[in-house]
Every structure is written in C-alpha cells, then in structure tokens.
Write a protein that binds this ligand. Structure first.
Ligand code: PLP
Length: 383
C-alpha cells in the first residue's frame, strides 16, 4: 500500500503483503518460463502445487479429508457453483438472512426468475444482543416453511454490517429439519479460527484474499462428500467430466492459478507476524477499541455485542442522512487519503470499519477527530 494511504476498509478487497506478492511473482515466472509444464495435467506445474495447498488448508481449517476441499477464485464462484448445480423445482425455497451479501441475494433472485425458486428472507433487527436474536427468527422461518426449504445460506461473518454469526448452531438447526446449509465464510479465514469438522456444514467457502493475505482470487471451498458429485464449477472446462469434483475444479480453463499456490507464502507471512492467535487477538481488540472509542466520541452507537466482533465493526456516523455521509466520505478521502465506507441500516447511516495489522489505535482516534472537523466544515460551507 502506498505510504500515507490510510485504509480503514480492508474488508472489501483485502491487501497483499509484499513478500507474498514476491512469492506469487516467482510462480508467474515459472509459468512464463515453460507454459506447458505449468498448465498440463501429469506435470510438476501448478496442479501439484494446488494439491499441496489443499492439504495445507485442510489442516488449517480442520477438514478431516483434504479430498473434500478444493480452491476456487472467490466466494462468489463457490456460492454460484452450489446454488446453480442444485436441481430446483418451482416453489422450492432458499432461506437467507436480510444481511446476506448482495451476490447471494442476486443469485436467489436469478434462480427465482429461472426456476421459480422462492427466497425466504429472515429479517435481523439491530442492535443484536445475543445469538438468540439470530437463531430464534431462523427457527421460526424453518417452522413456517418446513420441507419446502431446500437450502439455507448464512454468512459466517456478515459484511454489512460486519458481525460473526453462530454458524455451528445454524447448521445444527437446519440439519435437524433436513435442510442443507451453505456457510459463506468470505470474511472468516484469517479473521477468526475455522473448524470445519466441528461446524460440519454441507458447503463452506472462504476468501483467503481478504484476511489471510493471499493475492486476490484464492478461496478454499469445502463440499460434504455425499454432495460432491452434483457440484460443478460455474465454468465447465475442456477437462470437465461428470461427477468428478476435484478434477473439475482443478482446471477451469486458461487462467492465473498463482493465487492458489501462494497460500503457503501467506501462512508463512502470518507466522512472521506472530502467528494466527496473535493476529486474531490484535484485530479483535483494535476493532472493538475503534467501535467503542468512535461511538463515545461521536455520541452514537455500535450495534452488536463484543463477542460478535472479529476484525470489523459498525459505528453509526454523526450525520443527518446518507447524502451527508457520502459527502463526508468523499471529503475525508480527498483531503486526508483515508478510505472508509458508509451504509444505511434501519434508516440510520453507519460506517463499517476494518482493523488490520497495518493500523493502530491512533489511526482510529485521528479518524474520529477528522470526521467531526470535516463535518463542521461541510455544514458551515452549506450555510
Ligand atoms: C459476506 C460476503 N460473501 C461473499 C462475498 C463475495 O466475495 P468475492 O467478491 O471475493 O466473490 C463478499 C465480498 O465482500 C462478502 O462480503
């Protein structure tokens, strides 16, 4: 990242450390030096390296059998692969929460148009005070819609607003009613520990390019063994063959697979920064500090309890409406090279802030002051 740029929004696109980019560059050179041996099956190229990367990630995410884990280019690919591989009949339902990522909502809409799939959206009401505020309305929706729900999809960590959901409990709740569960862990890996064997979802995808520090385009993707034969990548490649889960995902056409094989470098970088536990704790503590400090400074509020916070936190902005929030965002980026995002929830305007190891408390303290100063200036200029 360029010196002087203060990124308070790591969550949207991540940012790759220099040493990891150097490792990726070495793989790119290998690919360019001898393209055929890099790409073709049965060689020592990227495919063998991906097998090793999958094994490493199976250990990291506690997936019992590495054959149940592949890698896709992003969470959208994993979610699309599952949703678009399933055979839906008109009237079948997919259960999501009101906080699901827009891609998931769009995909449900698409399946509605194509196959008559109905989306059941569980409304979450903020502030949340306990996991029951999530589990209770989900249980009520399951009781109401029953066996017409073919699939439920929940984020492990929602992004807007940013908070941790009780994924294991949600999986258990759905399984008790015979409903398959997709856990969209786009934000989870690198932010919180993931234990697939314990959570036991039917499908799980996570973006290593957000919080684990790989280059963009690297998302470990788990599918329960019994459903693997029916899950195809969204791209049916020249090597595709019916029911071949691992082989079909191993090659999805000519593209850049170097982010997949940079996973080792990302894990090594994490070790060099003190390891996972230290990084998780640093992010958790810094985001909680940011949220509580700013809410107190601005006279506003955060919206979830501390145990639901990983590296992201939402704080209400001291603005009158979204237009003022956007004007503030533009001004702070233009004048101070600080980037943050705004969003609206229940008629109020929030910023979702991301902690990261390149930030410290002083960055958020300064941000808090600049918000108040800039707002005063914008309002004075309007008079
Ligand atoms: C909760 C959630 N799911 C899925 C995605 C999609 O990730 P990608 O753009 O890498 O496919 C995002 C992206 O921010 C997200 O926040």
């Amino acid at each position: 990242m360029i010196s002087g740029y203060v990124n308070l929004n790591h969550g949207s696109f991540g940012s790759t450390p220099r040493v990891v980019l150097e490792a990726q560059r070495a793989f790119t050179q290998q690919m360019e030096a001898m393209p055929d041996p890099w790409f073709r099956a049965g060689t020592d190229g990227y495919r063998q390296l991906v097998v090793e990367a999958r094994q490493m990630m199976a250990d990291y995410m506690n997936v019992t059998d590495p054959a149940d884990l592949t890698i896709v280019e992003n969470a959208s690919s994993g979610v699309n692969a599952v949703f678009r591989s399933m055979k839906f009949n008109a009237g079948d339902k997919i259960l999501i929460t009101s906080t699901a990522y827009s891609m998931v909502k769009n995909l449900c809409h698409y399946l509605g148009e194509r196959y008559g799939v109905i989306t059941v959206t569980v409304q979450l009401v903020f502030p949340l005070t306990s996991n029951d505020d999530i589990l209770r309305p989900v249980a009520a929706a399951i009781a109401e819609h029953g066996s017409s729900i073919k699939l439920a999809s929940f984020s492990h960590i929602d992004s807007v607003p940013g908070f941790i959901l009780p994924a294991s409990e949600l999986v258990r709740l759905c399984r008790a009613s015979g409903i398959r569960t997709f856990i969209d862990g786009a934000h989870a890996i690198g932010q919180i520990p993931i234990n697939i064997a314990e959570m036991d979802p039917d499908y799980y995808v996570t973006n290593a390019h957000k919080w684990l520090y790989t280059p963009r385009g690297c998302s470990p993707f788990y599918v329960r063994k019994e459903f693997q034969a029916e899950v195809s990548p969204t791209v049916v490649s020249s090597e595709w063959s019916s029911g071949q889960f691992l082989a079909n995902f191993a090659y999805t056409g000519t593209r850049d697979y170097t982010p997949f094989v940079s996973l080792r470098a990302a894990l090594q970088f994490r070790e060099s920064m003190g390891g996972d536990a230290a990084i998780h704790a640093y992010l958790r503590n810094l985001s909680w500090f940011a949220g509580t400090h700013l809410a107190a400074k601005w006279g506003t509020a955060t919206i979830v309890p501390q145990f639901m916070i990983g590296a992201m936190i939402d704080v209400e902005l001291p603005v009158v409406d979204m237009a003022e929030g956007e004007a503030l965002r533009h001004a702070i980026f233009e004048e101070y090279n600080m980037y943050f995002i705004t969003h609206q929830l229940q008629g109020r305007v929030f910023t979702r802030l991301s902690a990261q190891i390149y930030l410290e408390q002083a960055d958020f303290v300064l941000f808090g002051e600049r918000v108040l100063e800039t707002l005063a200036r914008l309002r004075a200029a309007k008079k």
